[in-house]
Write a new protein. Structure first.
Ligand SMILES: Nc1ncnc2c1ncn2[C@@H]1O[C@H](COP(=O)(O)OP(=O)(O)O)[C@@H](O)[C@H]1O
Ligand SMILES: [Mg+2]
Length: 238
């Protein structure tokens, strides 16, 4: 479902070139739960922006569900994003004046989903994250963990084919972070594809597979059931 072929992203800063992604080859199948781990400045956000069709590569090819992404217009990409990708951010990005229910419903209004279907989807999504009883609360009436659960429900309700989460537990304490991870695991069990970006090994190892990024170069890591690294890092397609 996700294929990166020799993706490079170069930022030009005056006379200097920053190779934020350096010939990245990645292959993620439908239904996988993959974490992407790397330190600050390694290229994670650049990778997420390209994977999420928010930015395009300098060179290389990106196929999402077989579609050659670099050949689409900005307008077409916006449509693809709305339809296919559920974003979850470190800072939740909820609208502060809207209730949980309204936040979850909003993207469905943009998508043109009719009212009765919207209502059903909002209920199902808020129930999945165990917040239906708090549907009338605004973000400032909820904890960070609850806000992130609303953000996950918002992504779910739009029925994306890919969940893309950038440091979703980065602003949460570790117990709350675990709750959030268990929701991602449940979503994955239901057949959803999840790509989760983190700088935290204890988060990364909860995915089925990790891709490490270092100075814009990717390599894979595998974990056993105890979260111990079992395969050495290696280059090539991951
Ligand atoms: N818009 C930009 N212009 C110039 N350099 C950038 C830009 N965005 C990111 N970079 C550089 O690209 C590299 C990777 O950044 P980023 O993808 O944000 O890494 P991470 O998310 O892992 O911290 C860094 O060296 C960063 O300074
Ligand atoms: Mg980043």
């Amino acid at each position: 479902m996700i294929v990166f072929k020799d993706i490079c992203k170069t930022y030009i800063m005056g006379d200097e070139q920053v190779h934020a992604l350096d010939h990245a080859n990645i292959h993620i199948k439908q239904g996988e739960f993959v974490s992407i781990i790397g330190p600050s400045g390694s290229g994670k956000s650049t990778l997420m922006n390209i994977m999420g069709c928010l930015d395009t590569a300098s060179s290389g090819e990106y196929y999402l569900d077989g579609m050659p992404i670099e050949r689409y217009s900005e307008k077409a990409l916006a449509k693809i994003r709305n339809k296919k990708i559920g974003f979850i951010f470190q800072s939740f990005n909820l609208i502060s004046t809207m209730t949980a229910e309204e936040n979850v419903e909003l993207p469905l209004i943009y998508q043109g989903v009719r009212a009765s279907e919207r209502k059903a989807r909002v209920k199902e999504a808020l129930e999945m994250v165990d917040l239906y009883s708090r549907r009338g609360h605004t973000p400032n009436q909820m904890s960070g963990g609850q806000q992130q659960r609303v953000a996950i429900a918002r992504a779910m309700a739009a029925k994306p084919s890919l969940f893309l989460a950038d440091e979703p537990t980065g602003n949460l304490d570790s117990a709350t972070g675990k709750q959030i991870m268990s929701i991602f695991k449940e979503l994955n069990k239901q057949g959803n594809t999840i790509v989760l970006i983190t700088h935290d090994d204890s988060v990364a190892c909860q995915a089925q597979r990790s891709i490490r990024i270092m100075d814009g170069k990717v390599s894979d890591i595998a974990y056993d059931e105890n979260g111990e690294q079992v395969a050495p890092m290696r280059g090539g397609t991951v």
